[in-house]
Design a binder for this molecule. Structure first.
Ligand SMILES: [Zn+2]
Length: 304
């Protein structure tokens, strides 16, 4: 147990059903065959929640995405049930490219409007979704109108051996952000290895945010972390810490410790470690019905 001084919100968590966590773990073992950490037991919803709490994290965005056709609704129902029992965990909707337009609009209405999901998470590579798909336009219009987040996987196209590469995706995202200036978008993984694209978009579009997921260890391995920290520092109000817990051989605690050791100001560490995310939760009104986010730093300050 190590209560972080800086990290209070994890913007990128995958608490999923036990069977999906287990198959995700097998996939990780194939991907990282040299990583001894994947030889251990796969995480469970309970162990992930204990890891979050043990690091002092009081809120998170939760992503459980549909891989197979006809499974979006069951997956969303699971996420709803799980998050309802765990205050501070905010669910995101998943959509599958094979959902019919009727199914899609039914799920958007039901889960976003009635059950207060925080937005939609899209994984272009695993789910084979292009941002220039016509239906993505409708999803963006819905999210912009209802002030909910579009959370996108960006970057690591080489790892996924996907032809939808960073430059093309950044161009498609710029088109969406221009068409929907009120839409809040988070680009997870900062278009790695093209962080330059992420920061160029950040300078152009005020409602774009980035997350640090998967980047610290990757940039450190390539000796590139120092190159980007000044940009992280400068844009700390638009960047959020993410652990990828559930689909990451490293534990949340390991990710938190890596983050805490970055050579940035305390203010930037606190912003990226949680303040940016808590502010988004507040300005977009993302708390779920009856959920008070009892542990948010703002609420702790108020009740102290
Ligand atoms: Zn992820």
């Amino acid at each position: 147990m190590h209560i972080s001084r800086y990290v209070t919100f994890d913007a990128h968590v995958h608490v999923m059903s036990r069977s999906r966590l287990e198959s995700g773990w097998r996939w990780l073992q194939q991907q990282c065959h040299d990583d001894v950490r994947t030889t251990g037991k796969p995480p469970t919803p309970k162990s992930l929640m204990a890891d979050l709490a043990g690091s002092g994290i009081q809120g998170c965005f939760n992503f459980f995405f549909a891989i197979f056709p006809r499974t979006s609704r069951v997956v969303n129902e699971w996420n709803d049930r799980f998050c309802s029992g765990n205050a501070g965990v905010l669910p995101f909707l998943t959509l599958h490219p094979h959902d019919t337009s009727g199914e899609r609009s039914e799920m958007l209405n039901e889960f976003i409007l009635n059950r207060h999901f925080a937005g939609v998470k899209i994984h272009s590579f695993i789910q084979d979704i292009r941002l220039d798909a016509e239906w993505m336009h409708d999803v963006c219009a819905f999210l912009a109108k209802n002030r909910r987040i579009l959370y996108l996987h960006t970057g690591f196209s080489a790892t996924y051996r996907n032809r939808y590469h960073e430059e093309e995706m950044a161009r498609d995202l710029a088109t969406l952000l221009s068409a929907f200036p009120g839409l809040t978008v988070v680009a997870a993984h900062m278009f790695y290895p093209r962080l330059d694209l992420a920061f160029r978009l950040l300078n152009t579009f005020p409602n774009l945010y980035l997350d640090t997921t998967g980047l610290i260890s990757t940039l450190e391995k390539g000796g590139d972390v120092g190159r980007w920290l000044p940009s992280w520092e400068e844009h700390a109000e638009r960047i959020m810490f993410g652990s990828d817990a559930g689909l990451n051989p490293a534990s949340i605690l390991e990710e938190v410790r890596l983050f805490e050791e970055l050579a940035m100001s305390e203010q930037a560490l606190r912003r990226i470690g949680g303040e940016t995310a808590w502010r988004l939760v507040e300005i977009l009104g993302l708390s779920r019905d009856g959920m008070k986010l009892p542990l948010s730093p703002a609420n702790i300050a108020k009740s102290a």
